[in-house]
Unconditional design. Structure first.
Length: 309
């Protein structure tokens, strides 16, 4: 009597198996996912050419899709690459998603994950903006994701996307063209806030803000990203606020009277408040809490004296 054929591997067990491998290898997350199962699902679905929102619920037919031996081999190679290189998954797939918008990404720019995108999409800035809001600056634009989302959310604005890195701007150009926004988003290489002779009505900035101790402890996945986009100690400081000090000093002169500046600082609130103890800010609610993204008016910057320090 012939031996029975083994039960073919299906999608859900395939993802579960990949998640176990990632967990056992101790990889770090934080570039679009925060756990092994979600990361494995992303990689497996991408490798199979399936939509990333494919349901993996055990009762759904999609989770029972057979995975052929050749496909299993392709998945194994991708999971092995994720473990061996410790590169973020987005660098392996050349794609990242932010607020449901797809972006091209590679090692020339930081993987997009800014909470400012959430603030834009959910309309948390609308109270401070009006029909006179025309010029937007996305400072430290990286791959251009915030510039693209701002242009999508506010169809009447022009956006300037600025970054010190010409390599990052090459990636930003890909995304601006990909989303058909080349007529509304311009690129500029600049160290710090551009001095254009005309004023911005809204400044968005997800700058390098990681303090020195945290930089030294970063997992390999974060070290795979350009250090220039993370290290907030470029002027020799240790609190991660070096770039932000220069930004808050220079910003008021480049802002219109009613302009606002929206800044992301990650987990550095204590260092931010120690550096700017008299600055009046508004903390914005995000899915990560109310202490990672803040809003400042031009008047508050001037009142705190940041422009004179």
């Amino acid at each position: 009597m012939p031996a029975s054929s083994p039960t073919p591997l299906t999608l859900l067990p395939c993802v579960t198996q990949a998640a176990q491998q990632l967990t056992q290898a101790g990889v770090a997350f934080g570039h679009g996912t925060n756990n092994a199962f979600d990361e494995a699902a992303w990689l497996v679905l991408w490798r199979l050419g399936l939509p990333l929102d494919t349901s993996l619920a055990p009762e759904d037919e999609a989770s029972k899709r057979p995975v052929a031996p050749a496909e299993q081999g392709l998945i194994a190679t991708l999971i092995e690459a994720r473990i061996a290189t410790r590169k973020p998954a987005a660098y392996l797939t050349k794609e990242a998603w932010l607020q449901g918008v797809s972006f091209y990404i590679d090692e020339r720019a930081i993987v997009p994950r800014s909470l400012i995108a959430e603030v834009l999409m959910e309309g948390h800035l609308d109270y401070w903006l009006n029909e006179e809001t025309h010029r937007v600056l996305d400072l430290c634009t990286g791959n251009g994701s915030l510039a693209v989302i701002a242009a999508m959310v506010y169809p009447d604005v022009k956006v300037q996307a600025s970054d010190i890195s010409p390599e990052a701007l090459e990636v930003a150009r890909i995304n601006i063209d990909r989303h058909g926004l080349h007529e509304r988003i311009s690129l500029r290489q600049c160290d710090g806030i551009p001095k254009t002779g005309s004023h911005y009505d809204l400044i968005l900035c997800n700058p390098p803000y990681v303090n020195a101790d945290s930089m030294a402890a970063l997992p390999p996945e974060f070290r795979a990203e350009p250090a220039l986009a993370l290290d907030g100690n470029i002027a020799g400081g240790r609190d991660g606020m070096d770039f932000i000090r220069s930004l808050l000093r220079d910003a008021p002169a480049q802002m219109s009277e009613e302009a606002i500046l929206v800044l992301e600082i990650g987990h550095e609130r204590a260092h931010f408040e120690a550096a700017f103890p008299t600055l009046e800010v508004i903390w914005l609610e995000t899915s990560a809490g109310e202490d990672q993204v803040l809003l400042m008016t031009r008047a508050a910057l001037l009142a705190a004296g940041t422009a004179a320090t």
